[in-house]
Design a protein around this ligand. Structure first.
Ligand code: NAD
Length: 443
């Protein structure tokens, strides 16, 4: 059986590697981050995602997943190679694809037999063709004649339920100009295809690349839309939860992504909406709706900062201004804090002279890196985080927060403001009695 290579072992690459290994493939993965390689070689997952540690350990122990020290090792051992490196935002909002191109170049510089190069990273339209040209150029420079194919195969998993998503995708998208390569990749995904999971194939790279951005931007629009409706619901005395339920019953709309909250975040929606705008600008197309979603998302966080500022009156005394943030990750079930609304809200509140105490089940270590320039008191549990605090802001709906003893929390707080920006406790009458409570579009 062919060995499958995975280059870039982050949230996507690690899940891809573990998923394929679990399905019986021999996987060899690598990364440019030596610390990650060392961790993985000692069978430890460098990220948090439910179930990942156990599956990694199991597949490493039975030798189905190997972590190579170098990308060259992966290139020489594997015929099928997935690229899953990061594509962060550049300053102008475009997607920075230099990691992807670097990997393509290294493949071109080192391959000596046929390869199928499959890009799973989210990349601007045209990148698959760029990969092709770069590999060709490197082969030519070495005067090596060997065939290869490129496939665009975007990933749609959600952090927080990444393993479940990987094993149960809604669809698989494959774009390539090579029918042979598509057939081979379909063999890799046979486990899904046998279960009737739709596989959308196109011979057009650009279509496959744009499906990913169009999907993420659509979901971002949906979130911003319901968040704006929540603002209106607050003003007219309507209930956003019930509005979303009433809307979601219409199968054309669906109830997914209709939860009002502090705005979308994470490593995908913010960067992918910006990148899509950038792609459109370069092609002289104005994406008014996506632009509006980005704007509404920014406003949502500013609205929260303003609301806390207006309601929890500030004083000159530093001690008097403590506000507690529960939840630092952009959603529950992950340790990822990239572009988490919590971080922007914390920065905004600090600028308004609030002192922040924070607690998050999995996000604190990462948050410390992103917020190292500001002074935050990180606590070891919810109760410690609420001591002497005037207000609690619930910003991530971790399941663990459902079990908080709110009476105990109230007992250690200096005042009793409770901003439930995830609407986790809107139906809890005790909490409403104990706290000066406000939800999001449900007051
Ligand atoms: P990540 O930052 O968690 O991981 C990327 C990894 O690539 C890092 O470990 C990094 O060290 C490694 N890397 C960078 N350059 C490399 C190189 N030249 N050689 C080897 N390794 C290299 O990123 P991620 O969240 O896994 O996302 C990867 C891609 O998948 C991005 O394009 C992202 O937009 C897309 N994506 C992410 C998600 C998600 O939920 N995280 C979902 C779908 C798609």
């Amino acid at each position: 059986m062919d060995k499958i290579g995975v280059i870039g072992i982050g949230y996507v690459g690690l899940i891809q590697g573990i998923g394929l290994a679990e399905q019986g493939w021999n996987v060899m993965c690598t990364d440019c981050d030596l610390e990650k390689i060392a961790l993985l070689q000692s069978k430890k997952a460098p990220i948090y995602e439910k179930g990942i540690q156990e599956l990694l350990k199991h597949n490493a122990e039975i030798g189905r997943i190997k972590v190579a020290n170098s990308i060259r090792e992966v290139i020489s051992s594997c015929r099928i190679i997935f690229i899953t490196v990061g594509t962060p935002s550049s300053e102008d909002g475009s997607s920075d694809i230099h990691h992807v191109l670097e990997v393509a170049k290294t493949i071109g510089m080192n391959m000596n037999d046929y390869k199928i190069i499959i890009n799973k990273s989210t990349v601007p339209v045209g990148t698959a063709r760029l990969i092709k040209n770069i590999v060709l150029k490197e082969l030519k420079a070495r005067d090596v004649r060997c065939a290869f194919d490129v496939i665009s195969n975007p990933e749609f998993l959600r952090e927080g339920q990444a393993l479940w998503d990987w094993f149960n995708p809604d669809r698989i998208v494959i774009g390539s100009d090579s029918l042979t390569a598509i057939k081979e990749l379909k063999k890799v995904y046979d486990n899904f295809l046998c279960r009737g999971i739709p596989c959308f194939t196109t011979d057009n790279f650009e279509t496959a690349e744009l499906i990913k951005y169009a999907s993420n931007a659509f979901l971002a629009v949906k979130i911003s839309y319901i968040n704006e409706m929540a603002l209106l619901a607050d003003q007219v005395g309507a209930d956003i939860h019930d509005i979303a339920e009433g809307m979601g019953l219409d199968h054309r709309i669906s109830s997914a992504f209709l939860k009002a909250g502090p705005g979308y975040g994470g490593s995908c929606f913010p960067k992918d909406t910006r990148a899509l705008i950038n792609i459109a600008n370069k092609n002289a197309v104005e994406l008014c709706i996506v632009k509006a979603a980005i704007q509404a998302n920014k406003k949502q966080k500013l609205k929260i900062i303003q609301e806390v500022k207006d309601i929890v009156s500030n004083s000159a005394s530093e001690e008097y201004n403590i506000v507690t943030v529960l939840g630092l990750t952009f959603k529950e079930g992950t340790d990822d804090v990239r572009e988490s609304p919590s971080l922007d809200i914390i920065r905004g509140l600090v600028a308004e002279n609030f002192r922040i105490k924070a607690y998050c089940p999995k996000g604190m270590e990462n948050a410390k890196k992103y917020l190292e320039d500001i002074n935050i008191i990180y606590s070891s549990n919810e109760y410690e985080a609420c001591e002497q605090s005037r207000a609690v802001l619930l910003l991530t709906a971790w399941k663990q927060f459902d079990n908080i003893n709110w009476e105990k929390v109230r007992g250690v707080m200096k005042d009793n403001y409770f901003f439930d920006y995830r609407n986790a406790f809107t139906d809890d009458l005790n909490i409403r009695k104990m706290f000066k409570y406000s939800g999001m579009g449900r007051n």
